[in-house]
Design a binder for this molecule. Structure first.
Ligand code: GAL
Ligand code: MG
Length: 954
């Protein structure tokens, strides 16, 4: 019988299950047990009626739940998100392996299944692909077994407990067991049957496990297939075949040579079907057909080679998570994630920090995505505070050998299930679990069991004694310059970043500084951005982040994605796509040449097409197609037209070169020759300064105490909802607080909030004013022209430090909802996140210019602006330029409103659109979100000369 005490017994972690086996594909009949189950939930194991542990559930009162799902999202427990601390922190004082006595919901799942004689003819296995945090199984009142490890399958042979007719399956699934001490990943703390459940009916004797080893020769491969057969046969024999992509090979022996094999890689992920047939006395007993691929990963000197070529990971860390289903992801959701990543030039995924569902690896094999398969192990909360006090005695697993069997069980479950997948290049010993003998055993197990792959563990956590646990140096969040110095000081090992460029909120600045390292150091082989998608739950229109979850929680720290929880586009992703592109195009305007670097390892550039577009003031007027074959690892060139060719055109000429959907870049090859004609006007200036070329259609009013316009009247209707002011503030991005930007910038917040005009006068029809804003002062001049436009000229003061931004801001009524602009059209951008800039004309709605970060913050900034227009549906509004290329945004909120809101639903429901016209703005940073500074070159110091903003009423 199962007893609740087992949950704390380190020796009791896997009882009565079948040994792990490869996820080769069989054709056995299956009965899906997904769908509605009965469920009864108790506060903790001691509240569960004793009879349940004896297998009796008929007296319980059941509700229903859909499987797969988490009980926390189905209303049976409160969801909780914590990062490093354990979910019971501050509530129960525990040391491992003890588990919470009070708050530890136990779900009793029950399902009836009607079985026919045919179902019971051979074997019956029940598979639970994921039960968090563990499960005890009862069938028809008999205790069958128990297993921990939330992220690998639990498979039980239940034939002996079944009968023809209606059978009762019961699973006891507690939220916490001692295994939870090793599941302290930075994620939502869910529980329940969250992956598929099914019955499967293999024959009495069947192919249980397949292992394929091989040796690659230049064109051929020697294959060695080991087959484990369950059951007994009189005179067994096996038959093997390998088919696909021109190969058709059959063999009676388990070792055989196959000629003309193509090697699997992310560019051309060639797969072959390996069929294994099991015969007895010539009679077919069992057959399987599984896709496999051939590739070789090794380290030579200090370089990681895949199929003999230098490997570079352009990777992301991915939690298996959807905003709809949490970790109970459907196959469609997984596939759409992977297609999206592939489309955006991401070539690798680290399964942070646990094995994913089996179908994930099939898809990575098929699509060509490299995988670091990470075992389910993280004990962050056991050492995070100890580390500060230089104590590590409470760290687990450390060298506490009593945990070795429990963790090796997890390592084995992952390796054996997944090893047929060519996509997996590394096994990872888990995340943030310190060092010691136990991690060493895990690494040794991976190395001895599978010498064909490399082993990964983050090295900064381990002292030099344990360095060899990992085959490569792997660090997280190391700044680019520190990566460079580390590699120079320790050239002996390949170097990767298992996490970098922390994408929390408006972040991911400086990604290109990391990709530049690839050029400098052969031993640097890339890394994995943290992380793919915000872990937030969307119910209706409402987004729940960690801050809505039960105590203790870690707020919005689960929102570190390149993508928002429910979107498939972002400016961060555009930058990633650009930086991760294996094809790079450089436009050399001096020589009217284009250079193409094909950084792919195996494919030439004949699979896509190059094109050149010529744009005048952002509008395309000519397109050329180019045929150019650049071999892998080589460089090619072609010509573009020189500026003299465009002598008859007056606008700015931009060349855009694209390699289909993979990479695009633009370059301005000639400035605009157009001249604005406008003549200054004399104006009526009284208490209120009234100016305008035609007072009935366009008038600008400036009150003397304000010094800058407070009204623009079009046909006598004021369109301005918040007066013009000098702008020096941005709503802090997630990185701005921990890196102390906001503390250094405090005076600019005041300057943005409080301003006053201390002097105003008229001079030849111009308005001259002195504006005090916070502790700063600036002189401004307003000049009005006969073309319905006016200039506001600002003489910038000397600022004592770098600042968030500098320019003008004001608000319009929301009838002005359309933005037309000529500038960088890749979406919101910042000085440190605009490598992917494309210069063009664009039009978008104000609401689409706003990014719904769960914690509202600066967003929507457009860069490289030549002009920006904000217009209503009749096309009337304002067209704005400045005396240099500028930045700016038009979004429905003021920076202070954004800053005040803790969560998106806190934003005001007013009807204004805020215009920010900026000379410049600080970069967003991104090396990490807990203190890393914006790189010096992206700090903003204000204009050196006058800023002149020209606003035309259109
Ligand atoms: C790392 C950790 C990740 C995540 C990240 C911060 O230390 O490995 O799981 O917590 O920090 O978002
Ligand atoms: Mg952690």
């Amino acid at each position: 019988m199962f007893k609740p005490e087992f949950l704390e017994d380190v020796k009791y972690f896997n009882v009565g299950t079948l040994p792990p086996f490869s996820d080769h594909k069989s054709q056995y009949k299956k009965t899906s047990l997904n769908g509605m189950w009965d469920i009864a939930v108790y506060d903790n194991p001691s509240c569960v009626p004793e009879e349940v542990y004896n297998g009796l559930v008929s007296n319980l009162t059941f509700s229903t739940i859909k499987v797969p799902s988490h009980i926390q999202l189905a209303g049976f427990d409160e969801p909780q998100y914590v990062n490093q601390q354990y979910p019971w922190a501050g509530k129960e004082n525990l040391t491992p392996p003890s588990i919470p006595k009070k708050d530890n919901k136990v779900a009793i799942y029950k399902k009836s299944v009607n079985l026919s004689a045919d179902n019971l003819k051979d074997r019956v296995h029940i598979v639970f692909e994921g039960a968090e945090s563990c499960m005890a199984l009862y069938v028809n009142g008999h205790y069958v077994g128990y297993r921990e490890d939330s992220f690998t399958p639990n498979v039980f042979d239940i034939k002996e407990f079944l009968f023809e007719g209606v059978n009762e399956i019961v699973a006891i699934v507690p939220r916490f067991c001692k295994g939870s001490w090793f599941e302290d990943q930075d994620f939502w703390r869910f529980s329940g049957l969250f992956r598929p459940v099914y019955l499967v009916y293999p024959p009495k004797t069947y192919i249980e496990d397949i292992e394929v080893n091989y040796l690659l020769h230049p064109n051929d491969v020697d294959i060695d297939v080991s087959v484990k057969v369950a059951g007994n046969l009189e005179n067994p024999s096996l038959f093997f075949s390998l088919k696909g992509d021109g190969v058709d090979c059959e063999s009676l022996a388990n070792t055989f040579r196959v000629k003309d094999i193509k090697r699997w890689n992310c560019e051309v992920p060639t797969l072959y079907t390996l069929s294994v047939e099991l015969y007895d006395e010539g009679k077919l007993i069992d057959t399987t057909a599984t896709k496999i691929g051939f590739r070789e990963i090794k380290i030579e000197k200090n370089v990681v080679l895949l199929n003999g070529k230098r490997l570079i990971f352009h990777g992301v860390n991915r939690h298996e998570f959807s905003s709809v289903n949490g970790r109970a992801m459907s196959e469609e959701e997984i596939r759409s994630d992977l297609l999206l990543l592939k489309k955006n030039n991401v070539n690798a995924i680290r399964t942070s920090h646990y094995p994913n569902q089996s179908c994930f690896y099939d898809m990575c094999d098929e699509l060509g995505i490299y995988v670091i398969d990470e075992m389910n192990l993280e004990t962050h909360g056991t050492w995070q505070f100890e580390e500060l006090s230089n104590r590590t005695d409470n760290c687990i697993p450390g060298s506490k050998e009593e945990y070795t069997p429990l963790l090796l069980d997890r390592a084995k479950a992952m390796l054996v299930r997944d090893r047929l997948h060519p996509c997996i290049l590394f096994w990872s010993c888990g995340n943030e679990s310190w060092d010691g003998e136990v991690i060493k055993h895990i690494s040794d197990y991976f190395k001895s069991e599978d010498p064909s792959r490399l082993v990964h563990y983050e090295s900064v956590l381990v002292t030099s004694k344990w360095r060899d646990v990992s085959d490569v140096e792997s660090q997280m969040y190391t700044k680019p310059s520190d990566v460079a110095s580390f590699i120079e000081e320790h050239p002996e090992r390949p170097f990767m970043l298992c996490e970098y460029n922390h994408a929390m909120g408006n972040s991911c600045g400086g990604l290109h500084i990391y990709t530049e390292l690839e050029e400098k150091y052969e031993s640097y082989f890339g890394g994995f951005i943290w992380d793919f998608r915000d872990q937030n739950i969307k119910i209706g229109d409402y987004v729940y982040s960690g801050m809505h979850t039960k105590f203790p929680n870690d707020d919005d720290f689960c929102s570190n994605g390149i993508l928002l929880a429910d979107s498939d586009k972002s400016a961060k992703l555009s930058e990633v796509k650009h930086e991760f592109s294996p094809i790079k195009i450089y436009i050399d305007k001096e020589n009217s040449k284009v250079k193409v670097e094909n950084k792919r390892m195996f494919s030439a550039t004949d699979d896509h097409q190059f094109s050149i577009s010529y744009l005048e003031d952002g509008k395309t007027f000519e397109i050329e197609k180019i045929s150019l074959v650049v071999e892998p690892g080589s460089t090619g060139y072609f010509d573009i037209k020189s500026p003299s060719y465009f002598i008859d055109r007056v606008g700015e000429i931009v060349v855009k070169v694209s390699y289909d959907e993979i990479f695009s870049t633009t370059c301005s090859i000639r400035e605009s020759k157009a001249i604005d004609t406008k003549n200054p006007l004399n104006n009526i200036i009284n208490d209120i300064m009234v100016m305008g070329s035609d007072l009935s259609t366009a008038t600008v009013l400036t009150r003397k105490i304000e010094g800058l316009p407070n009204a623009i009247l079009i046909n006598n209707k004021n369109i301005i909802k918040s007066k013009f002011k000098i702008e020096t503030w941005r709503a802090p991005v997630n990185n701005d607080l921990p890196n102390m930007n906001v503390l250094r910038w405090m005076s600019y917040k005041l300057a943005s909030l409080y301003s006053y005009c201390d002097k105003i006068e008229e001079d030849n029809g111009k308005i001259l004013s002195s504006i005090k804003f916070g502790p700063y002062q600036a002189n401004t001049t307003q000049t009005y022209y006969d073309n319905n436009s006016f200039d506001i000229e600002i003489e910038p003061p000397h600022f004592p430090s770098d600042l968030p931004c500098f320019g003008l801001s004001f608000a319009l009524s929301d009838e002005f909802d359309t933005i037309n602009y000529y500038g960088n059209v890749t979406g919101e951008a910042y000085s440190d996140r605009k490598e992917s800039s494309i210069l063009s004309y664009n039009t978008l709605k104000v609401k689409d210019s706003f990014t719904n970060y769960v914690k509202p913050q600066e967003c929507g900034n457009l860069t490289d602006l030549r002009y920006i227009e904000i217009v209503n549906k009749e096309g009337h509004g304002l067209r704005i330029k400045t005396n240099s290329i500028f930045e700016g945004s038009i979004i429905p909120y003021d920076s202070h409103e954004l800053e005040e809101a803790k969560h998106i639903e806190d934003l005001p429901k007013h009807k204004y659109n805020y215009v920010r016209i900026l000379h410049g703005q600080c970069g967003v940073g991104g090396d990490d979100s807990w203190g890393a500074c914006v790189h010096d070159e992206f700090l903003y110091h204000g204009p050196k000369e006058k800023m002149i903003v020209n606003i035309k009423i259109i």
